[in-house]
Design a protein around this ligand. Structure first.
Ligand code: 26Q
Length: 818
């Protein structure tokens, strides 16, 4: 079935018609919000028409379906993205122009769903986009957090968090499906009973929470395929707790309703750090149980109760361990509800589940206290215990007498349920998100498992959707690419490689440079409006944008800016030919992460010092962009010349911001960590600036605790900036403000040694790398050539490539024929 694209006149008529019917007004007297509604509804109609045409095809063709389970889906705004996917942007542009409307102003009206912290959530969103574009049947499953990630304001240099009430005025893009509500059960106790001579278990005296699905359609690019992102919302059971109601405990009954609905109230704002909060465990089981129940229900609808073929028709993917309780949940359903034996259920479960790991840092590996799990999820706990018993027995055969090793690998050990061990042991595939990350998984984090089942471990390097991050975010560059090589790259990402030969075309290079400049102007306009900060668009833009975390080392960047400031102050005459540059930071800190918030304050204080200095401010400017989120990234990344990727080697599993910057023609300044290693492989050492210790060196040096003081003693420039942290140079009103940072760099605290992220160790090499990079920038022709090579070779990091790899190695889905 072919769905026709709207013509300019049809678009205009639709917008006018919606305004008339919904609001009884014309364009001239409509509010901005009403115009957004009318345009969004027009686009939504187009998306839903394609949904109708493609719906049912997957079932008819008996295609296997993927459920991608993720506690976060950071999808970003939908309107512009859907216009791109409809491949009708031109007609929309003309129609809006003829109606006297500015599309970019209308897009701003859409509240951004911030249903994720950072990389992991954004990856899930890029994957769903690629799945639809490649016509692979899938459903994303997540939680419909009423409050997404907090909005950030900077007040007096500090981060202040504001609630993100993104659903305040409703959302245009979700479709509620009350008919597919699932019941999720908490608490109670397990009763053993016999049925036809077979021992069975059931939950008694439990509390029920309803999971109500809200589906957000995800249209593939030029594919007419729509996959749903299912967002589960918690709702109290329809009837209030009648017994307590009858006893006259009306208010208690209402309180319990509130307690049920709190499950989907708010996204936890911690990234790469966990606290064993009970509500977080409830969220995880809520998502897991509702999604698995639906997957089983949907399977039965198409194939009946022929569970032998379940793994051939259903793939369940857990994005990190957060939805890992889906594993015992499927076991529970197969045994308790469908009557399968343990052996059968275990075999089906293992062949269905695959797990992606996103971190090697101990503080981010999830462990739940046994007593919490047994109280909240008694039947699930029983199943986990049995999994653990069988696992330990099997390991005893493999590693006889090696108690310690078996203890490390156990699903339950030392009073905790270890989620990573569960996912590795019970899944058929474990993947890391870059080559180096997968090597570290094999060598250390999961080394014991790797010995027993090496073929389970695979490396699939992350990627990003070039539709949102190039076509949508960088319209100017995309049009320029079309002019050079045609527009086939939009569907076939590999074709982006053809751009490389244009690096030798002087006219093309000139236009490329002008695009970058125009993007800088767009960013400057945005920041002028949002935070009253205009940018110098002739500067080199040097950007570090990502969550704030010590391992990501925004501190390395900040200290090197201070070093440069000192050099300019010491020798103003020699500065005359310094390339003026603007350092841009964008970063949210977890609200409870004291030092991360202090680093934000430090960046802002260094900014105050530099930006107010009559000499230094001629050559440098420091800008902190408030509220870094997907839509800020869409304006910021296309304006960057330099991409700062500074993580301590071995710590960043992959990084995906690095890929977004590369795809938009920024040159990477980075360590040999995560996907930076593969960016280096792709572009060659002449098109990237690499510095710093390797993961092996970091590992080896962790054993020498005295290195920080040695650097302090021997390097006067570093000694000086460290002293400036505490001598009142920064924030003279509060000279002791940054003592905590000073102390952590030089002395460490508690169990952690001084400078545990190797900021001081890498600082000299980083400062040198920055000098080389600026020298490079001065030769504009050669710089633009490098930028073009980066764009051309970024095709490797397209998420379409990633999804094809997952599909070949893990999921084995069939394309839906439309
Ligand atoms: C877990 C339990 C309780 C509360 C919070 C969490 C939690 C939430 C979010 C733990 C971790 C996260 C996010 C992790 C994350 O974004 N990791 C990043 O994933 C990217 C995609 O693979 C990688 O590119 C990054 O390197 C990795 O840091």
């Amino acid at each position: 079935m072919i769905v026709k694209r709207l013509t300019v006149d049809e678009i205009k008529a639709s917008i006018k018609g919606k305004l008339e019917r919904n609001y009884g007004c014309e364009i001239s007297d409509a509010t901005k919000a009403q115009i957004y509604d009318a345009l969004a509804q027009t686009v939504r109609d187009e998306v839903m028409k394609r949904r109708t045409a493609s719906r049912g095809e997957r079932k008819k063709q008996h295609c296997k379906k993927l459920y991608y389970l993720s506690a976060e889906f950071l999808v970003g705004r939908a309107l512009h993205n859907n216009m791109v996917a409809l491949v009708n942007e031109e007609a929309y542009a003309v129609a809006l122009h003829e109606l006297g409307l500015d599309p970019s102003k209308i897009f701003e009206e859409e509240p951004e769903p911030g249903l994720g912290n950072g990389g992991l959530g954004r990856l899930a969103a890029c994957f769903l986009d690629s799945l639809s574009s490649l016509r692979l049947p899938a459903m994303g499953c997540t939680i419909r957090y009423e409050y997404g990630l907090f909005r950030q304001k900077i007040v007096d240099g500090y981060q202040v968090e504001l609630p993100d009430n993104w659903l305040e005025n409703g959302s245009m893009w979700e479709v509620c499906r009350p008919d597919q509500t699932q019941e999720v059960r908490f608490g109670g106790y397990v009763e053993r009973y016999e049925q036809n001579g077979v021992v069975k278990y059931r939950l008694k005296d439990y509390t029920t929470v309803q999971a109500v699905p809200y589906d957000v359609p995800t249209l593939g690019y030029d594919s007419n395929m729509v996959n749903m992102l299912r967002c589960w919302s918690a709702k109290a059971t329809k009837t209030l707790d009648m017994p307590s109601f009858n006893r006259g405990e009306y208010t208690r009954a209402i309180e319990e309703k509130e307690l049920a609905e709190v499950i989907s109230k708010v996204l936890y704002p911690d990234d790469n750090h966990i606290e064993g909060k009970e509500l977080r465990l409830k969220q995880q089981y809520f998502l897991s149980s509702a999604s698995v129940q639906y997957a089983v229900e949907d399977f039965i609808k198409v194939y009946g109760r022929n569970f032998d073929i379940f793994p051939d028709k259903v793939a369940l993917h857990v994005n990190d361990t957060h939805p890992g309780m889906a594993i015992p949940e499927l076991m529970r359903i197969l045994m308790d509800e469908e009557g399968l034996s343990w052996e059968k259920a275990e075999d089906i479960t293992r062949r269905t589940f695959a797990y992606t790991n996103h971190t090697v840092m101990a503080e981010a590996l999830e462990k739940w206290p046994e007593d919490m799990v047994s109280r909240l999820l008694p039947r699930i706990y029983m199943i986990l215990q049995e999994i653990n018993r069988r696992e330990c027995a099997a390991l005893w055969e493999y590693f006889p007498g090696q108690w310690e090793r078996i203890g490390r690998m156990a699903v339950i050990g030392y009073g905790y349920v270890n989620m990573a061990n569960l996912c590795v042991y019970m899944g058929h595939s474990v993947n890391g998100v870059s080559k180096i990350h997968t090597d570290i998984l094999k060598k250390s984090v999961f080394h014991d498992f790797y010995l027993t089942e090496p073929s389970k471990f695979i490396a699939i390097t992350n990627g990003i959707t070039h539709r949102r991050w190039l076509m949508m975010a960088n319209y100017r560059l995309s049009t320029l690419i079309d002019e050079a090589i045609g527009d086939a790259w939009r569907k076939d990402y590999e074709k982006l490689a053809e751009l490389e030969r244009f690096k030798d075309d002087a006219a093309f290079r000139q236009k490329f440079f002008e695009v970058k400049k125009a993007n800088k102007e767009r960013l400057s306009k945005r920041l002028t409006a949002s935070q009253n900060t205009a940018l110098r668009t002739d500067d080199m833009f040097d950007v570090q944008a990502k969550r704030l975390h010590e391992y990501k080392r925004q501190l390395l960047n900040a200290l090197s800016i201070l070093i440069l400031y000192n050099r300019i102050k010491d020798n103003p005459d020699a500065s005359a030919n310094v390339q003026p540059r603007t350092y841009v930071f964008g970063a949210k800190a977890a609200p409870g992460y004291y030092r991360a918030k202090l680093i934000i304050r430090l960046i802002n204080e260094i900014g105050r010092l530099v930006n107010n200095d009559p000499v230094a401010s001629r050559y440098m400017k420091v800008v902190f962009v408030e509220n870094y989120c997907v839509s800020v990234a869409e304006d910021l990344i296309p304006a960057a010349d330099v991409s700062e990727q500074l993580s301590t080697a071995g710590k960043e599993a992959s990084g995906t911001g690095n890929m977004k910057f590369m795809m938009n023609g920024a040159i990477t300044l980075g360590t040999l960590d995560g996907a930076n290693v593969e960016i280096l492989d792709a572009v060659g050492s002449e098109n990237i600036h690499i510095f710093g210790m390797t993961a092996e060196q970091v590992e080896a040096a962790s054993m020498q605790p005295s290195r920080a003081s040695a650097i302090f003693e021997t390097n006067p420039e570093i000694r000086r900036v460290l002293t400036q942290l505490i001598d009142g140079t920064l924030c003279p009103e509060q000279p002791g403000l940054f003592r905590d940072i000073y102390h952590s760099l030089l002395f460490g605290e508690g169990s952690s040694f001084a400078d545990q992220y190797f900021v001081l160790s890498d600082l000299p090499g980083y400062v040198r790398a920055r000098e080389n990079l600026v020298r490079d920038y001065a030769d504009r022709d050669s710089w633009v050539r490098k930028a073009i090579v980066n764009v051309a070779r970024s095709w490797i990091f397209a998420s379409d490539r990633v999804i094809k790899e997952y599909n070949e190695k893990i999921w084995h889905l069939d394309e839906v024929r439309l």
